[in-house]
Design a binder for this molecule. Structure first.
Ligand SMILES: [Zn+2]
Length: 421
């Protein structure tokens, strides 16, 4: 039987602790009226920031003296480098219906390619959802200290807020479940991420088609645009109408839809779980332990080359505030490649909302997948950066539907791209 005194002991100690805490709080409050107000605000706050769900971003937060939520985002750091990045934020605000919550986000002082680079501007939008399904884009205010400020009127008990319309691993699983039994689709595991998540290669069409296209998406974990674009592309190719049959008679598509699954799972911005940038160091073979995501892709690619199935074009889909095609410029004669890139740009302008253009002759980003595929595998390749702030061709900030639309038009672009002039 439990001893009566022992049973009471923790309760008494607990009460003593509470009294002591209250005593200190009262003593502190009497020192300064300002501090007292702040403590009252903190204890009375009716706002909670939830970051404990799939793809939510790690962040410290507090409610300041004016009742605003101040969220300090956590940098994603590159291994053995000064580079760091915050572009991804994704959290849930829980507050009473009708309340207007002011939110300030900070820590956007990124270091990109060893150069200070802020990831936000006056154009930076956020996306908001009250049901975690339908998202709308809203503008933000760039305030002092390179911070973003915005207000959310609670039309429901919780509001999801993110930098880009989310595309989680569960979204990919839903998509793969939908397409994997289709007669034109093969989904093959080609390896695993640093944390052991499966990496899938989606093949759409007949591998004996005259041309082959390879697309990688989501090497950087915050960049959801590539995933939505890939969905739009695959859905269009599987329509089974006269056009899609014509497209797939001419080319076969291979897609690695989510290269950086670990970063997506952990709500990080850019690097893999080991702090490796999956769009760098493509000039050398990837380490199987540090960067298995690249190692297994290289292994797959080497097999394709051995089997005479080398892709004729490779596109690495990304998001940035520029929206350009990043043309590779490795050493050697790239005249034919540059002509093909001009053709691709022209076709994108003709058949999609793309208007942003290509990087200039001075632009180099050695070590990107685009450069590495050309140098090491002799595959014509580029990085396509989807603008995450503004789609000039549609005059709006991007949502998933805009990237789905882009993807749905790409099969026609590739059809004409692969036609002889
Ligand atoms: Zn990127």
């Amino acid at each position: 039987m439990m001893n009566y005194k022992n049973y009471l002991r923790p309760l008494v100690l607990g009460l003593c602790g509470l009294t002591t805490t209250l005593g200190i709080a009262q003593a502190d409050a009497s020192v300064s009226g300002k501090q007292s107000a702040r403590m009252d605000t903190v204890s009375a706050s009716t706002v909670f920031i939830h970051t404990g769900f799939e793809n939510a971003s790690p962040m410290n937060w507090e409610v300041d003296a004016e009742g605003r939520v101040v969220g300090s985002l956590v940098y994603d750091h590159e291994r053995f480098s000064i580079n760091r990045a915050v572009n991804h934020f994704h959290f849930r605000v829980e507050a009473p219906v009708g309340k207007e919550v002011t939110i300030i986000l900070e820590n956007f002082n990124n270091i990109w390619n060893r150069t200070p680079a802020s990831s936000i501007s006056k154009l930076t939008p956020i996306v908001v959802s009250f049901d975690n399904k339908t998202w709308e884009s809203r503008p933000t205010e760039l305030i002092s200290g390179n911070r973003l400020q915005f207000k959310v009127k609670m039309t429901g008990p919780s509001a999801y807020i993110a930098s880009l319309e989310p595309y989680r691993i569960s979204d990919l699983d839903r998509f793969l479940a939908k397409i994997r039994t289709h007669k034109l689709v093969t989904v093959t595991p080609i390896g695993h991420t640093a944390e052991g998540r499966s990496l899938e290669m989606i093949k759409v069409g007949n591998e004996k088609a005259p041309k082959r296209l390879f697309i990688r998406a989501r090497a950087h974990s915050f960049e959801t645009g590539g995933n939505w674009t890939v969905e739009g592309l695959v859905n269009r190719l599987l329509k089974d109408d006269a056009e899609s049959r014509l497209y797939l008679k001419n080319y076969c598509v291979y897609i690695l839809p989510m290269a950086n699954k670990d970063g997506v799972a952990r709500g990080r911005t850019r690097f893999n779980a080991n702090g490796y940038d999956l769009n760098r160091k493509w000039d050398i073979a990837a380490d199987s332990l540090i960067a298995p995501e690249n190692y297994f892709l290289e292994k797959w690619l080497a097999k394709m080359v051995r089997e005479n199935k080398k892709p004729d074009l490779a596109i690495d889909l990304h998001n940035d505030p520029g929206g350009n095609l990043h043309i590779s410029r490795p050493a050697g004669d790239i005249t034919a490649y540059l002509a093909n890139m001009k053709k691709l740009e022209t076709l994108l302008r003709k058949y999609t909302w793309f208007t942003e253009g290509s990087t200039s002759a001075q632009f180099r980003n050695p070590g990107s997948l685009g450069e590495g595929f050309m140098e090491r595998f002799g595959i014509e390749a580029l990085v396509y950066e989807l603008n995450y702030e503004w789609i000039a061709g549609l005059k709006k900030a991007p949502l998933a539907q805009d990237w789905l639309l882009l993807g749905s038009k790409l099969p026609e672009v590739f059809y004409h791209y692969f036609q002889k002039p």
